[in-house]
Design a binder for this molecule. Structure first.
Ligand SMILES: NC(=O)c1ccc[n+]([C@@H]2O[C@H](COP(=O)([O-])OP(=O)(O)OC[C@H]3O[C@@H](n4cnc5c(N)ncnc54)[C@H](OP(=O)(O)O)[C@@H]3O)[C@@H](O)[C@H]2O)c1
Length: 291
C-alpha cells in the first residue's frame, strides 16, 4: 500500500532488525496484503542493539499487531516473550511476535516449519531421512529441531564440532524424536552415502563471498539424495548447481524464506497466504537483500 492508502483502521506489522534497509520482507508482506485486499501495512523498523525492549513496548502501545524479528534481536526477543510456542522453545530464539489483546507478547520461531513447508511444496516428503545438516548456528537449530519433530534421524556436521555437540545435546534433551548424531566436518562427504536429505545451513555459497564455494562435494552422493540449500542469494548456489548437474533433486532456500513468513502474516492479518511462482520472482529478483 502507498502512504496515501494508510488510514486509522490500517493494521500494522513490520520487521525489527539492525540493519533492515535491504530486507525483502516488506515487499513480500505488502504484496500479500495487496492480493488479499487487506487494510494493512508492513514496514521496516531499524532498531539498534540494546533498544529492542523499548521499541517493542512502543510498537505494542501504538497498536501494532506484531512484528518479525531478525539479526541481532532473535535471542533477546525470546527473553522478552511472555508466551512461547513449542517451536520457539525448541529453538531458544524467536522470529515472529504477536501483541495479544491482553498485553502479552507471544513469541514463535517459524524458520523450522518454513523449511519443512518449503521441502513439501517442492514435492519432497520432509519426513524422509536420514538427513545430514551442515552447520550448527541459529538456522541449523530450527531446521534440525523441525526434522527431529518429524521423526527424522538427523546427523550434524559443523566446522566447529563443539557447537554441533552442544546442539545435539540440546535436541536430545528437549526434542521428542530421535536424538541427533554428530559427525566430524571432515567426514561429511563420505557420510553422504547413508543420507536421503542434505541441508546446507552454513553461510558458504552466499553472494558477497570472495569466491563461489560449495560446503560439500557430491561425488559420493546416492542418486536419491535430495539437496537443500537455505542460502537464497544467489538462488542457485554452487552446491545446488553441482546437485543439478548430477541429476539430483534440489530445494532452494528462497522457499524457506517465503514459507517462514506465512505464520506471522496469518497471526497479524488473519489469512494464511499462498506461496506461488510469482512470489519467487518478486522476492527472488534482488541479489542484495536479506530476510
Ligand atoms: N532461507 C532462509 O529463510 C534462511 C533463514 C535463516 C538463515 N538463512 C541463511 O542461512 C545461513 C546461516 O544463518 P544462521 O543464522 O544460522 O547463521 P549463524 O548462526 O551465524 O551460523 C553460521 C554457520 O555457518 C558456519 N560457517 C560459516 N562460515 C563457514 C566456513 N567458512 N566454513 C564452514 N562453516 C562455516 C558456522 O560454523 P562455525 O560454528 O564453525 O562458525 C555456523 O555453523 C545464512 O547464509 C543465512 O542467510 C536462510
Amino acid at each position: 500500500m502507498t502512504s496515501r492508502g494508510l488510514r486509522g483502521t490500517t493494521r500494522l506489522a513490520g520487521l525489527v532488525g539492525w540493519p533492515v534497509a535491504h530486507s525483502r520482507s516488506p515487499r513480500l508482506h505488502n504484496e500479500w496484503l495487496r492480493r488479499y485486499g487487506i487494510d494493512g501495512a508492513y514496514v521496516p523498523l531499524p532498531v539498534p542493539p540494546g533498544r529492542l525492549e523499548v521499541a517493542l513496548r512502543g510498537l505494542q502501545a501504538s497498536g501494532f499487531a506484531g512484528v518479525n524479528v531478525t539479526i541481532p534481536h532473535k535471542l533477546e526477543a525470546f527473553r522478552l516473550s511472555d508466551v512461547l510456542s513449542d517451536a520457539a522453545r525448541r529453538c531458544g530464539s524467536v522470529n515472529t511476535l504477536r501483541f495479544a489483546p491482553d498485553g502479552s507478547i507471544v513469541g514463535d520461531s517459524s524458520d523450522g516449519q518454513g523449511f519443512v513447508d518449503s521441502v513439501r511444496a517442492a514435492g519432497v516428503d520432509p519426513s524422509r531421512g536420514p538427513a545430514l545438516v551442515l552447520g550448527a548456528g541459529g538456522a541449523a537449530r530450527a531446521i534440525a529441531a523441525a526434522l527431529q519433530a518429524a521423526r527424522v534421524q538427523v546427523h550434524l556436521a559443523n566446522r566447529t564440532r563443539a557447537r554441533a555437540e552442544e546442539l545435539a545435546e540440546l535436541l536430545a534433551e528437549g526434542g521428542d524424536g530421535p536424538s541427533p548424531r554428530v559427525l566430524d566436518w571432515g567426514d561429511r562427504e563420505a557420510a553422504l552415502g547413508d543420507q536421503a536429505l542434505l541441508v546446507n545451513t552454513t553461510s558458504i555459497g552466499m553472494t558477497g563471498a570472495s569466491e563461489a564455494r560449495s560446503p560439500c562435494r557430491l561425488d559420493q552422493a546416492p542418486t536419491g539424495l535430495v539437496v537443500c540449500d537455505i542460502v537464497y542469494a544467489p538462488r542457485v548456489t554452487p552446491l545446488l548447481a553441482e546437485a543439478g548437474a548430477r541429476g539430483l533433486r534440489t530445494v532452494e532456500g528462497l522457499g524457506m524464506l517465503l514459507h517462514q513468513a506465512r505464520a506471522g502474516f496469518a497471526d497479524w492479518f488473519g489469512v494464511d497466504p499462498a506461496v506461488d511462482a510469482a512470489l519467487f520472482d518478486l522476492v527472488g529478483n534482488d541479489e542484495g537483500g536479506t530476510g
